[in-house]
Design a protein around this ligand. Structure first.
Ligand code: NI
Length: 388
C-alpha cells in the first residue's frame, strides 16, 4: 500500500476531526479547547506532547534509527468571521469561523501522525509535529519558537489549502513565496483649533498634513524602488477628530508594508521616514513613524523545495504540480526559515470562495493529498538529509 492509499484509509478519521474542530473554532492564542482536543488525540496514539504557552503543542515521532529531525507544521486558529456556509458542521461559536482552512491542516497532520507511527521502523531520524497557534495574528510561530519549537530541527515543511487549483494538485515553487510584512503607525501632530478659523492655528492642520503624507507615501514604491523589485505601502486606518467643525490636534494612521528582500525592506522604511517627517514639516506639523516587529518573508530553500517537489511528484505526478507565483500575502511560517532548510507549499481544494470568506468551501478530498504531502516530504527530507 502506498502512502496515498494509507492516507485514504484515514479519511473518515480526518473528516470527523475536521468537522469537530470546525464546529468549535477559536481565535489566535485562545485555542485552549483546540489544544486539549489535539493533545487527547495524540495521547490516544501513544504520543506525549509538549504544550506551549498560552496555546498550541508539539509531539515527536522518533524513528527506529538515528538521523536528522524534520518539523511538520499545521496552524490551528480561526478567524473573527461569521460563517455563512450553511454546512451541517458549521461553527457553533458566533462570530468565529475556521475561514482559512486551519481545521483542515490540523486534521491532515493528525492523519499524518498515524501513518508515520505505522512506519516508525523505517524512519531514520525524528519527525516533530507542531500544531501552531495564532498564525492569523502573525504572533504564533515566533512565540512557540521562543519556547523551543525549532530547537534541534534540521528541516521544516508547512502547507496551506488553496482554493484556486483543483484537488489532486500541489502549488509549489522554489524561492520567494510570501512577502515580509510590518505594520506601520504614523502619528501626525498639529494644532487643535476651530474648524472655521484655521488661520488662527497658524494653518497647522494635522488632517491636511496626514492626507499629504498618504499621497506622498505612494511615491516610495513608485519612485524609490527598482521597478523590478516588489514592495507595497498601504494605509488602512485613519483616525482623527471629535467633530466636523474642529481641526484635531492629532491624526493616527495605520497600515502595512510588504517586501521580499532585506534590501527593499530597508529602502521602504528609510524613505517612508523621510517622506513622513518632511511632508509634515512642509505643513508646519510634526510626525513620527513606528513599526511592528518584522514578519519575515517566506522564501523556499532550494534543497527543501527539491525534497517536497519529489514528494509531490510521487503523489500527484509532475503534470499536477502547479508553479506557484509569489504573492504579497504574508504567512508567519517565515519565522521558521532562519532555523533550518524550509519550504512552504499549497494544496488544491478547488473551491469557489477564497480564504477568509464567510462562505469558504473546502473539498474534503484534499485531505488524503495534504496528509500524504506531510508524510512523503518528511520521509524525503530525512532520506536525503541523512546522506549529507
Ligand atoms: Ni491560513
Amino acid at each position: 500500500m502506498g502512502i496515498y492509499e494509507e492516507a485514504l484509509a484515514q479519511q473518515d478519521f480526518m473528516q470527523a476531526m475536521r468537522h469537530e474542530l470546525h464546529m468549535h473554532p477559536e481565535l489566535s492564542f485562545q485555542e485552549f479547547e483546540t489544544t486539549n482536543r489535539i493533545e487527547r488525540e495524540l495521547n490516544a496514539m501513544g504520543l506525549t506532547c509538549k504544550r506551549f504557552e498560552p496555546t498550541g503543542l508539539m509531539t515527536e515521532i522518533k524513528g527506529a534509527h538515528p538521523g536528522k529531525t524534520v518539523l511538520l507544521r499545521a496552524d490551528i486558529d480561526a478567524l473573527p468571521v461569521t460563517e455563512e456556509t450553511g454546512l451541517p458542521f458549521a461553527s457553533q461559536t458566533p462570530g468565529v469561523m475556521h475561514a482559512c482552512g486551519h481545521d483542515v491542516h490540523t486534521s491532515m497532520l493528525l492523519g499524518a501522525a498515524k501513518i508515520l507511527l505505522n512506519h516508525k521502523d523505517e524512519i531514520h531520524g525524528t519527525v516533530r509535529l507542531v500544531f501552531q497557534p495564532a498564525e492569523e495574528n502573525g504572533q504564533g510561530a515566533k512565540t512557540i519558537i521562543a519556547q523551543g519549537a525549532a530547537d534541534g530541527v534540521d528541516y521544516f515543511f508547512g502547507q496551506h489549502v488553496k482554493e484556486a487549483i483543483p484537488v489532486g494538485s500541489v502549488y509549489a515553487a522554489k524561492g520567494p513565496r510570501m512577502a515580509g510584512a510590518r505594520e506601520i503607525t504614523i502619528t501626525v501632530h498639529g494644532k487643535g483649533h476651530h474648524g472655521g478659523m484655521p488661520h488662527q492655528a497658524d494653518g497647522v492642520d494635522a488632517v491636511l498634513a496626514a492626507c499629504q503624507i498618504v499621497v506622498s507615501l505612494q511615491s516610495v514604491v513608485s519612485r524609490r524602488l527598482n521597478p523590478a523589485d516588489t514592495g507595497v505601502v498601504s494605509i488602512g486606518m485613519i483616525t482623527a477628530g471629535p467633530a466636523p467643525n474642529v481641526i484635531p490636534g492629532e491624526v493616527v494612521m495605520r497600515g502595512t508594508i510588504r517586501y521580499r528582500t532585506e534590501e527593499v525592506h530597508e529602502i521602504i522604511v528609510k524613505n517612508m521616514k523621510d517622506v513622513i517627517e518632511n511632508t509634515a514639516k512642509a505643513f508646519g506639523a510634526t510626525a513620527e513613524l513606528s513599526l511592528s516587529d518584522p514578519f519575515p518573508p517566506v522564501i523556499n530553500d532550494d534543497w527543501a523545495s527539491d525534497c517536497a517537489l519529489a514528494a509531490a511528484e510521487k503523489l500527484v505526478g509532475k503534470e499536477n504540480i502547479v508553479p506557484a507565483i509569489p504573492t504579497t500575502g504574508a504567512e508567519d511560517f517565515g519565522n521558521y526559515m532562519s532555523h533550518g532548510k524550509a519550504c512552504f507549499f499549497s494544496i488544491g481544494t478547488n473551491g469557489k470562495y477564497p480564504g477568509h470568506s464567510p462562505k469558504l468551501d473546502i473539498d474534503e478530498n484534499v485531505m488524503p493529498y495534504g496528509c500524504s504531502m506531510y508524510v512523503l516530504t518528511a520521509l524525503e527530507m530525512l532520506e536525503r538529509g541523512n546522506k549529507e
